[in-house]
Design a protein around this ligand. Structure first.
Ligand SMILES: Nc1ncnc2c1ncn2[C@@H]1O[C@H](COP(=O)(O)OP(=O)(O)OP(=O)(O)O)[C@@H](O)[C@H]1O
Length: 258
């Protein structure tokens, strides 16, 4: 599914009815099967953009089209994974994974699909366990299985591994890349971690400024798995960091001038 983001802006009402503009004039396209990273400093509006892609919120101006049709709300073809695993505590792991599909009455082969994703995520042995007995990494893998069991065409991920330790993070990132390669969904992944962005994405969209706009788009055509000490990766990392420095200095000199 091709996603076209066309001249998006987003404002919220601030104190005293003042508009607080978060996103300004954002335009870019995502091709079917892309793994796009939205990279930007904390608070710049990455989650806001992801919420617009999910259809949880609507833009103040501009539009987002999926396969040509404007997004007007949530849709089962788009699934979202949040930073903190949110599971229903009284349901078992397999019931949690099946829950969304059951609600939508998408029950054909559901047991098979649930077992398949539990197997892929290394959770087959925990199928009957309750969420309270899971580690954070396991709980986030359950959420990933739940997000994918309905075979969404677009997976939206909001810093999903930020609270995991480095080892668990590396494992689950590898699992996600393998899943993306086999399932061929389109992924849009929000992070402020440049190394994570370079490890995962085939396109990095850098948001900067206030209100935030697209400052750069990097296409990354290196094979997976990517090694951090690879000289090409190191050069790309330095390049992205330099772009952030330029955007930061521009923002600071603008603020100094006020
Ligand atoms: N519903 C809302 N009402 C008012 N302001 C909001 C709302 N949602 C987000 N904001 C504001 O929009 C700005 C951007 O928030 P957002 O969560 O999108 O940033 P972010 O880049 O994802 O940050 P982080 O990396 O820290 O999660 C913040 O100043 C936030 O306070």
């Amino acid at each position: 599914m091709k996603i076209d983001i066309e001249k998006i802006c987003k404002s919220y009402d601030g104190p005293g009815k003042k508009h607080h503009q978060i996103l300004k004039d954002i335009s870019f396209s995502i091709n079917p099967g892309d793994f796009v990273i939205i990279l930007g400093e904390s608070g710049c509006g990455k989650t806001t953009l992801l919420n617009l892609l999910a259809g949880l919120e609507l833009p103040t101006c501009g539009q987002i089209r999926v396969s040509g049709s404007p997004i007007t709300g949530i849709h089962p073809s788009r699934s979202m994974l949040f930073q903190q695993p949110a599971l229903i505590p009284w349901l078992s792991v397999k019931e949690n994974v099946a829950y969304g599909c059951k609600i939508r009455k998408d029950t054909q082969d559901l047991e098979y699909r649930v077992n398949q994703f539990l197997e892929i995520m290394g959770l087959a042995g925990a199928a009957d366990v309750k969420p309270g007995q899971l580690s954070l990494g396991m709980a986030q893998r359950v959420c990933l299985a739940r997000a994918l069991v309905g075979h969404p065409r677009i997976l939206l991920l909001d810093e999903p591994f930020a609270s995991l330790d480095t080892f668990t993070q590396a494992h689950i990132q590898e699992e996600l890349i393998n899943l993306w390669m086999s399932e061929r969904f389109t992924a849009v992944f929000v992070t402020h971690d440049i190394d994570e962005a370079i490890r995962l994405g085939n396109k990095i969209v850098v948001l900067a400024g206030s209100p935030a706009g697209v400052s750069d788009i990097f296409d990354i055509n290196f094979p997976y798995p990517r090694q951090q000490n690879d000289p090409v990766i190191e050069t790309l990392r330095t390049d992205i960091l330099n772009r952030f420095k330029i955007a930061y200095l521009a923002k600071r000199s603008f603020a100094d001038g006020i």
